[in-house]
Write a protein that binds this ligand. Structure first.
Ligand code: FNR
Length: 190
């Protein structure tokens, strides 16, 4: 299997984030040929195009981290039926200055978990819309709306329900295959 570097963004800044637990589980269950590094957006200021003439170092580092990745994985909660504000702010930073959109041709996948019955489905659809505008080829299937029940995933990312564990393992195998397909058609230096 070809080796790929995956940058992942956890949409939550909360210390006890269930989406961070999900991210840990996905990393544990992913094929060994995927290498993960978190791309944090915690320290980004609120974006304004006033910054475009001189991006702060933290924003340049953020864009560089996306550039260095072969693909991006979004693991996000749903806040008020939408994308968490911090994550949207980060995407806005990455998309600018005009003409330097970091997501162009960058394969991505979206997943999330919530205690609610629809498991972040609406936030994910909105994130997909944003990523579409940002010209990121997205894995369409499988979709993954994970309803979080108490202890479903431990703090270390161990999944306690076998069917969910297998589903997440399959999801990451599909992501590997998707990255390979996209980068075959759109090689990174093209
Ligand atoms: C929520 N929550 C929530 N859940 C959901 O399924 N749909 C929603 O629209 C919302 N809205 C919402 C808004 C805000 C401001 C908060 C703080 C929470 C509940 C949410 O799913 C729950 O807090 C999860 O634990 C959030 O994921 P993280 O941050 O723990 O990863």
């Amino acid at each position: 299997m070809t080796h790929y570097k995956v940058g992942y963004l956890v949409g939550s800044l909360a210390t006890a984030s269930i989406n961070r637990k999900l991210a840990k589980a996905l990393i544990r269950l992913a094929p060994e040929s995927l290498e993960f590094s978190e791309i944090s957006f915690r320290d980004l200021p609120l974006y304004s195009y006033d910054y475009d003439a001189d991006f702060p170092a933290v924003a340049r580092a953020f864009k560089d981290a996306i550039k260095a990745a072969d693909a991006i994985l979004f693991v996000t909660p749903e806040y008020n039926r939408s994308i968490p504000g911090g994550l949207k702010n980060a995407i806005d930073w990455a998309s600018r200055p005009y003409g330097t959109n970091s997501f162009t041709r960058k394969p991505s996948a979206v997943i999330g978990t919530s205690p609610g019955a629809i498991g972040t489905a609406i936030a994910q659809q909105q994130l997909r819309s944003v990523l579409g505008f940002c010209n990121s080829p997205q894995m369409n299937a499988p979709e993954a709306y994970i309803r979080f029940t108490p202890n479903l995933i431990t703090d270390d990312g161990e999944v306690t329900v076998e069917a969910t564990e297998q589903f997440l393992r399959d999801y990451m195998e599909e992501f590997h295959a998707f990255i390979a397909r996209v980068l075959t058609v759109l090689p990174r230096d093209a």
